[in-house]
Ligand binder design. Structure first.
Ligand code: SF4
Ligand code: SF4
Length: 451
């Protein structure tokens, strides 16, 4: 998923370009092959797709992006490095004058692969770290995944490439965020990208994993504290993902590098960013559900024509308040916000335009003694980028609300002192309970040993 722009990123639209939206940034799944088995993976990665683009087709896509004025491309998978020509594609991107980054689970980002990335001109690599050791391994489905990812991060930090951490925020990782922030600093990361886990793909199979909307009221002050006290003093930038919003008391602090008056400007799908799947699907954002948002295919359509004319793309670019529904349609910020992240709202309620994952909204409900709770209703069918369905319940705040200084029932003082060398907060049984699949009863995650 694209993360929050900052003035330092090539993907940030200039004032002139803002007047006439045109994509600057692409997130490109170059293969669905993966060496991890993440329990929250939206694309259900594992084996490669049957019809992935050839090298020649990929190089043609690079040329099209260059001609259309794209500035930045992030290669993802699956695991991008499992395509033998991943660095050929990266080299073509940088030769074309675009910035190239990679997002990786880091299971096998070896010295040799780091050297190939450096040679290809890759300037940034983001390594996924979703909790302390036990928590990360359980979510990533492989014992030893945490140790491998940390090794990869250290290799990258020692190279000329800029290292970022990226972290899924969910029921398991939330209490471990303070320790992960410290880990990012100790490992030499220059940025920390964070996003809420969305119930898509294998994440949709695990409703116990996602946060409830009312828990944002605990999350946001913690993020603000970590940014101000732990990360910024150490030179680590915080990039909140596009589903961490919107408005409310922490908006300026958390967004766009904390510039005074900075605020969310609405979903950039089709305006500033595009996403491609490895089998050629063209979407306005890489995270969007494939069935509803595929506007064309890289093998048969010209990218510029899809951006300009496919309704699956142009509709997102041209939305107004009239496209919103539910609480968002009534919101003070609706004209600018347009219900936040399209991907997130669509995957929860089956239709974009009404987004309960919003701190402004959660605080409004809290002020009148209520909260919104998501109730799992339908399982996802089991395809890449699919989603299930939740009902949204409004209920009174519980009489015995947890004291304000706790996070997921644990004392904040304890969490802030949790060292990054610990294995995690959760017992094996707790992890298995949260990660159990709704599609097959109480199916337990199977952890494979690292080879
Ligand atoms: S309630 Fe909806 S429209 Fe209003 S700020 Fe939140 S997400 Fe945006
Ligand atoms: S749907 Fe929009 S806001 Fe959400 S990740 Fe994609 S571009 Fe960003």
């Amino acid at each position: 998923m694209p993360t929050e722009n900052s003035a330092r990123l090539a993907r940030t639209p200039s004032p002139a370009r803002r007047a006439e939206p045109a994509p600057l940034y692409a997130v490109w799944e170059i293969t669905l092959a993966c060496d991890l088995g993440c329990r929250h993976c939206g694309s259900r990665a594992g084996p490669k797709r049957e019809t992935e683009l050839t090298t020649a087709e990929c190089l043609d896509v690079v040329a099209q992006m260059r001609d259309l004025g794209f500035k930045e491309v992030t290669l993802i998978g699956g695991e991008a490095y499992l395509r033998e020509d991943w660095d050929v594609i990266a080299r073509a991107i940088t030769d074309a004058g675009m910035v190239c980054g990679i997002t990786t689970g880091g299971r096998a980002f070896t010295d040799e692969r780091v050297a190939r990335a450096v040679d290809a001109g890759v300037t940034a690599i983001s390594v996924s770290i979703d909790g302390l050791e036990r928590t990360h391994d359980a979510q990533r489905g492989v014992k030893g995944a945490f140790a491998s990812a940390l090794d990869a991060a250290r290799r990258i930090a020692a190279s000329p490439i800029r290292l970022s951490f990226n972290t899924q925020i969910n029921r398991l990782s939330l209490p471990e965020l303070p320790a992960l922030a410290t880990l990012a600093v100790e490992t030499g990361a220059l940025a920390w990208q964070i996003q809420l886990t969305v119930p898509m793909g294998r994440g949709a199979d695990r409703p116990g994993l996602i946060l409830q909307p009312y828990e944002l009221v605990e999350l946001f002050p913690l993020l603000a504290w970590l940014k101000t006290n732990r990360l910024e003093p150490a030179g680590v930038q915080v990039f909140p993902g596009n589903n961490i919003g919107y408005f409310g008391p922490w908006e300026s602090l958390l967004r766009y590098g904390g510039r005074n008056g900075a605020h969310w400007n609405g979903c950039g799908a089709g305006k500033w960013c595009m996403g491609f799947e490895a089998d050629g699907k063209i979407k306005a954002c890489p995270s969007l559900p494939s069935d509803q948002y595929t506007g064309g295919y890289l093998q048969s359509d010209r990218l510029g024509e899809v951006i300009a004319g496919a309704v699956e793309v142009t509709h997102l670019r041209n939305r107004t308040r009239d496209d919103l529904w539910g609480y968002c349609a009534t919101c003070h910020y609706a004209d600018v916000c347009k219900a936040g992240c399209t991907w997130t709202s669509h995957c929860i309620l089956g239709r974009a335009g009404n987004n309960p994952y919003c701190i402004h909204r959660a605080l409004e409900f809290e002020a009148r003694g209520e909260r919104e709770r998501l109730v799992f209703r339908d399982a996802a069918p089991g395809r890449p980028f699919d989603f299930g369905r939740y009902d949204l319940v409004v209920e009174p705040l519980p009489a015995e609300a947890p004291p304000a200084d706790t996070l997921a029932g644990r004392s904040l003082a304890t969490l802030l002192a949790l060292p990054p060398s610990s294995t995690g907060l959760w017992s094996e049984a707790e992890l298995r309970g949260v990660l159990a699949s709704a599609r097959s009863g109480r199916e337990l995650p199977v952890l494979a040993e690292t080879e």
